[in-house]
Ligand binder design. Structure first.
Ligand SMILES: Nc1ncnc2c1ncn2[C@@H]1O[C@H](COP(=O)(O)OP(=O)(O)OP(=O)(O)O)[C@@H](O)[C@H]1O
Length: 593
């Protein structure tokens, strides 16, 4: 895990190296901090001779008044303090910057993976949880650097320096201090597994909480319409209670870990104070040296504390990072082939060759489906709900790959074609058009980000959307709310048809594009859809038979099987499933093929 995290350092090496150098200097200054006090006690209050370099300092010459010497030492204290704080601040700033760069790298990688992961993964994942992992858990990389690596390294430098000085001052006291280390280590080992487990549980629950919240907010209309507020609130409150409990368990483990550390430190300090006092009384050490020793005790416990606290942060951070790495390590089952075929031209011939597919490995959603569709022809897929029509469309875009058989475009198995290339040559208009919180112009341009304003407006005209867009005061620059809530269903669908016009792909899938609209709006849209289908191989999925009047052939699905395939005329004459469907439908417009 640590090695893997170091991999994200690549873009921030300079800042980390600079931060570490400053850290080293700051540690050296920390070791020097208590010495002015020692000189004050021994050479100003007492009668010991000051060291040579200090004796030569202005104001410290023999015969000078003692207050002048005190001023020199006071200036030293200020200078050491300012330099120490400045170096510490700069080193932390660089490290935080490096940490942020690492977090950025991890977040971008997680999002890139999420884009590449197959829909099967997204079907079984909760959006809120993925959001929590990508946006928040990734931040643990920063904690690992600033909360573990930096304090530990800084602690290590300070410990080494302090131990060297302490051993030179008094071996007995230094050994007593060192004796606390195994106790601290034992405590770390006792608590690390417990903290990691509780931390993972807490963050998993937080992810579920975020997922619930996201789901509730994105279905706010349904919640208000069906007065589900109370029920939803209750289940959210229950989740939040679990979160409180898990957080308490996690914090309890962390705090009792800290409590044991505090007790060990108090006992260690008491022992050092006792032995130090005896050393002064027996004349083995000067009062100034004991003061330095006592000051070092605080300094030394600080890095030891950083080591032990660092272990807690480390386990919490690695638990969070493992949640992000779970995304990154998820196998990309629908991926770009190793050597993709990129045909120069698309004719648009589609073939399903004995295709079988199931979502979860048990009952197939498609069973042995085979059909051919000539370039430029329109195929309408009809059938009862859940019979497999949308699944057929999903396979065409390689949202999923078939388990058996193959889907081919112009004779090439889709799995051998470049994935990006394939998706840029197949347009889809969904039943529920998704509009982003952006301007109308930007929403249409998603069909082709390089399109000029003229192209965008032309596409809107062809989709019969130009008229209503021009009526907005800001026209094409009108901002749409989240999911385009300020447009009617028909207007939203027109924008999504305009996107398809702009994308200008040779293959089009229309997945029940009008089934959510009233018959009058549907009639208005049919003209735009027919213009879109012209000259392109089209698969149109329809519940209302009025939308398939332009179809060259019709495929009828029943429980995942393609039970009938042919022209409208043939299927009606056959008096089979299609005939039954057509005759039970109260169709405002007769089907004419
Ligand atoms: N993401 C999914 N995960 C698991 N099962 C699914 C998923 N999507 C569809 N199914 C199942 O696959 C079968 C075919 O569904 P599909 O959406 O293709 O039907 P459909 O004919 O398009 O239905 P409708 O007309 O209602 O849209 C159904 O049994 C459905 O429950």
């Amino acid at each position: 895990m640590v090695k893997r995290c170091f991999g994200y350092l690549s873009g921030a090496r300079l800042h980390v190296a600079g931060g570490l150098v400053l850290l080293l200097f700051a540690a050296l200054l920390e070791i020097a901090l208590p010495w002015p006090i020692a000189y004050l006690v021994d050479s100003v209050f007492g009668d010991e001779a000051p060291p040579d370099w200090l004796a030569k300092a202005p104001g410290f010459r023999p015969g000078d008044p003692e207050t002048q010497a005190a001023v020199t030492l006071a200036v030293m204290i200020v200078l050491l303090g300012v330099m120490h704080k400045t170096l510490t601040m700069l080193s932390q700033l660089w490290m935080i910057h490096a940490g942020n760069k690492m977090v950025r790298g991890l977040r971008v990688q997680a999002l890139e993976t999420l884009y590449r992961l197959p829909l099967a993964f997204h079907d079984r994942s909760k959006v809120g949880d993925l959001l929590h992992r990508t946006a928040y858990d990734s931040y643990a990389l920063q904690s690992l650097l600033s909360g573990v690596l930096v304090p530990m390294l800084s602690g290590l430098c300070i410990s080494i320096g302090v131990f060297v000085v302490m051993f030179r001052l008094d071996i007995t006291l230094a050994l007593i201090t060192t004796a606390t280390a195994p106790l601290l280590w034992f405590n770390i080992k006792t608590y690390e597994g417990r903290i990691a487990k509780r931390s993972k549980k807490f963050h998993d629950n937080e992810g579920t909480l975020a997922a619930n919240l996201q789901e509730s907010l994105s279905s706010i209309r349904v919640i208000q319409a069906f007065t589900l507020e109370q029920g939803n609130n209750r289940s959210f409150a229950e989740r939040a209670d679990t979160s409180v409990r898990e957080n308490l368990r996690k914090s309890g483990a962390e705090l009792s870990f800290g409590w044991v550390i505090g007790v060990i430190m108090a006992i260690g300090t008491a022992a050092v104070v006792w032995v130090g006092t005896l050393a002064v009384l027996s004349g083995r050490l000067s009062a100034g040296e004991v003061l330095v020793f006592l000051a070092y005790l605080g300094t030394l416990y600080q890095p030891l504390n950083a080591f032990s606290q660092g272990a807690g942060v480390y386990h919490s951070a690695t638990a969070q990072l493992s949640r992000v790495f779970e995304i990154i390590d998820e196998p990309v089952t629908v991926d770009e082939p190793a050597d993709p075929i990129i045909p120069e031209k698309v004719m648009g011939r589609l073939e399903f060759d004995h295709v079988t597919f199931s979502y979860n490995g048990d009952r197939p959603a498609l069973h042995d489906v085979s059909f051919d569709l000539e370039p430029g022809k329109v195929l309408a897929l009809v059938g009862r709900t859940g019979s497999g029509k949308s699944t057929t469309a999903s396979l065409l875009l390689r949202f999923y790959d078939p388990e058996k058989g193959s889907v081919r475009l112009d004779g090439h198995d889709l799995r051998s074609l470049g994935l990006g290339w394939l998706r840029s040559n197949v347009s889809i208009v969904f039943q529920e058009p998704f509009l982003f919180s952006a301007s109308i112009r930007e929403n249409i341009a998603m069909g082709n980000p390089d399109a000029s304003n003229e192209d965008i407006e032309l596409a809107a005209k062809r989709a019969q959307a130009d008229e209503f867009i021009s009526q907005f005061p800001e026209g094409y620059d009108t901002q749409l709310g989240e999911r385009g809530v300020n447009l009617s269903g028909g207007q939203r669908q027109r924008l999504s048809i305009a996107r398809a016009f702009l994308k200008d792909a040779p293959v089009i899938i229309l997945d029940e594009p009008t089934s959510a609209l009233d018959p009058a709006t549907e009639r208005d849209l049919l003209g735009a859809m027919e213009a879109l289908m012209k000259g392109r191989t089209t698969i149109i999925i329809a519940h209302r038979l009025s939308t398939i009047r332009r179809a060259d052939c019709i495929g009828v699905f029943e429980r995942g099987k393609l039970v009938e395939f042919g022209t409208h005329h043939d299927l009606m004459a056959k008096r089979g499933v299609f005939h039954d469907l057509a005759s039970t439908q109260d169709d405002p417009e007769p089907v004419s093929v």
